[in-house]
Structure formats: structure tokens, C-alpha cells
Write a new protein. Structure first.
Length: 108
């Protein structure tokens, strides 16, 4: 599967648009990470526990996007975008979306 934030795939022609595909995850805070983040807030710096949590959430959302695109028979997802939103105090949603497409096969 090819993923692109652009509307095209260089060197390949889009022959069919299959529809919008999505992947999302709602992530809540972890008490252990909160304690470490509070301590880090005193001295400053990266909150590595939250960075790791967000990276895991992004990977999960992308896997769900790919599964959605695969169900449609897509070769690629173009125009990929990420967005986040607060769901309730202490949790947020990470949503990734794009357009599933099929590509013309490269000439041999």
C-alpha cells in the first residue's frame, strides 16, 4: 500500500477513486505517565511517555486506515491528513483520513 499526503503518486496514474477511508483511536492518559509529566513540568523538556503514547496511537490509526483501504481494494491512499480532538477530560482522539485509489500498473 502506498501512502501519500499529496493528491497524486509520482509516476503513477490514478485510475479509480474508491472513496474516503479513515482510521482512528481514542487514547486516554495513563496515571504513571501523568506523574512523570508533572515532574517533568517542573524542570521542562520533552514528555517522552506522551510522545511514545502518541506514536503508538498514530501507528494504530494508520493500521486501521490501511485495513479500511484494503477492504475497498485500494493500491494507495492519497491526500492523507491527521487531526486530533478532545473527547473528554483526560482523553483525545487521533483521526487519520484520506482517499483510497487504484493505480495504473507500471509498464514492464
Amino acid at each position: 500500500m502506498i501512502f501519500s499526503t499529496t493528491e497524486t503518486v509520482p509516476g503513477r496514474e490514478i485510475i479509480a477513486i474508491l472513496g474516503v477511508v479513515t482510521g482512528n483511536i481514542v487514547q486516554s492518559k495513563h496515571i504513571g505517565r501523568d506523574i512523570m509529566a508533572s515532574l517533568k513540568g517542573i524542570v521542562g523538556g520533552e514528555l517522552k511517555g506522551y510522545t511514545e503514547m502518541f506514536n503508538e496511537a498514530r501507528s494504530q490509526a494508520m493500521a486501521r486506515l490501511e485495513a479500511d483501504a484494503t477492504t475497498l481494494g485500494a493500491d494507495a491512499v492519497v491526500g492523507i491528513r491527521f487531526t486530533t480532538s478532545a473527547i473528554m477530560d483526560g482523553s483525545c482522539e487521533l483521526l487519520v483520513f484520506g482517499t483510497a485509489v487504484t493505480l495504473q500498473q507500471p509498464q514492464a
